[in-house]
Design a protein around this ligand. Structure first.
Ligand code: PLP
Length: 370
């Protein structure tokens, strides 16, 4: 049996992703009190570079939260929903359901438009719901539904006639940096991201990008939470401060990751991920593997594949891990039906070529065993 250290595996799960040595080394920059000028300077720099990466310096503000993507998602939703209004949540997967769950837990009036996992929303249906329910003042949805690898058509949805005047809250946690996303064309008001997916930073920091005009409105809503209120973070961050102890070291890592992103450019990264996905899918096809969703909905960063008959996820996972690759299981009802291969992070084409070889061998080995 081959032995590969679990700490040097290629991560083909959708985050945390493989990072560069420089990003990981940043953790060792040193101990720092978050109330000192050095941390303020770092925070301002990271904020500036994040906005700059996506060309948002003029129209958006960025708020950082210590916590995983869900922390920022919860902060974004509960800070930007009006308890007097109503939110329409569009869900076609686990992460859409998570947004619906947040609205329910905090008892925001909501309506959920749910379509089966891996299926596209009907634009007509969205128009219909919005047209008949005038209380709806916000729409919440996921850009890349990571549970199935489906990219939802944010531009088309945001440009529906009935979307006019509605606040759009977007979970772009697994797409920001990995997919083309036109903030202006899609008029996104609130957008949630995290450090440890396509930004290629380390887990521990997530963030919310808020369009400035939307923030003026949001500012007046009553607070629903102490820890996750965006306004509290924003007020402090405007002065270079933070309301609570941040994960200082993961900010060091994000600092380096953003410098790398600025060098590669978001456009370059999107293109690189796109080439990876293309290459992987060529290989999957050749092996006779079947996609879980229609390929026209595929994202740039993840492919969900049906588990071939008689092959368990655990067997596949363990065999590939022995070769140094970590794949990802299906979630919820898909746990026994699919496996997922993501291509985010500091990967090289040659790593993916070797992955395809290993996967081919694992599938063959199973054939001969039958
Ligand atoms: C990863 C992810 C999240 C957040 O998950 P965490 O485990 O909290 O980081 C939320 N939404 C989507 C679409 C994701 O891919």
């Amino acid at each position: 049996m081959k032995r590969v250290s679990p700490f040097t595996c290629f991560l083909l799960n959708p985050g945390p992703v493989n990072t560069s040595l420089q990003v990981r080394k940043a953790l060792l920059r040193g101990d720092l009190c978050h109330r000192e000028k050095e941390f303020s300077d770092l925070l301002l720099k990271v904020r500036k570079n994040l906005l700059k990466s996506f060309g948002l310096e003029k129209d958006y503000l960025a708020v950082f939260i210590t916590g995983s993507g869900t922390a920022a998602l919860e902060a974004a939703m509960i800070s930007s929903l009006n308890p007097q209004g109503k939110v329409l949540v569009l869900s076609n997967g686990v992460y859409g359901d998570r947004m619906a769950r947040i609205a329910e837990i905090y008892q925001f009036p909501n309506r959920v438009l749910r379509v089966p996992l891996g299926e596209p929303f009907s634009l007509e249906e969205i128009e219909k719901v919005l047209a008949e329910d005038h209380k709806i003042d916000a729409v919440a949805m996921v850009h890349h539904e990571t549970s199935t690898g489906m990219l939802n058509p944010i531009e088309k949805i945001s440009r529906l006639k009935s979307m006019k005047g509605k606040r759009l809250i977007l979970d772009a946690i697994s797409s920001l940096g990995g997919e083309a996303l036109h903030f202006k064309k899609s008029s996104i008001h609130v957008c949630v991201g995290t450090a440890n997916k396509c930004l290629q930073g380390l887990p521990g920091v997530s963030f919310v990008l808020v369009r400035k005009d939307a923030f003026e409105e949001i500012k007046n809503f009553p607070p629903r939470t102490l820890y996750l209120d965006l306004r509290t973070y924003w007020k402090e961050q405007e002065k270079g401060g933070v309301p609570f102890t941040p994960s200082v070291q993961t900010f060091y890592a994000l600092d380096v990751a953003l410098e790398e992103l600025l060098r590669e450019h978001v456009r370059g990264r999107v293109q690189r991920y796109g080439l990876y996905a293309q290459r992987l899918r060529q290989g999957f096809k050749k092996m006779g593997l079947e996609y879980f969703i229609d390929s026209s909905f595929h994202s740039n960063t993840l492919t969900a594949l049906k588990l071939p008959q008689g092959l368990t996820y655990d067997f596949l996972h363990d065999a590939l891990k022995e070769e140094g690759f970590v794949i990802y299981a299906g979630q919820g009802s898909l746990q026994k039906k699919i496996f997922r291969v993501a291509n985010m992070g500091n990967l090289k084409m040659k790593d993916l070529e070797r992955f395809l070889k290993c996967l081919t061998n694992v599938l063959k080995k199973r054939e001969t065993k039958k």
